[in-house]
Design a protein. Structure first.
Length: 82
């Protein structure tokens, strides 16, 4: 069974796959998908696709952003390496 994005927006899945794992690229793509900056008014995402995008953002955040912050906080500059 395909997800809503896979079934109805395969081009969006391809863009998400290319950005996956890169904090800057993924966040920029998500903002581009979420905030409409086109001159022509669009109706927005259907509710189920919107929920799936939010889920993917949360998964990406948990997989990459949180880990990066934890690792950064755990490194203490006072540690003397030998």
């Amino acid at each position: 069974m395909l997800s809503i994005l896979e079934a109805q927006y395969p081009h969006v899945i391809q863009r998400l796959l290319k950005a996956w794992g890169s904090l800057a690229d993924f966040n920029a793509l998500y903002d581009d998908l979420y905030f409409d900056t086109r001159p022509v008014h669009r109706s927005g995402w259907p509710d189920d696709a919107h929920v799936e995008l939010q889920l993917l953002r949360k998964v990406h955040e948990l997989a990459y952003e949180t880990n990066a912050e934890v690792v950064e906080e755990e490194v203490d500059d006072a540690i003397k390496w030998v």
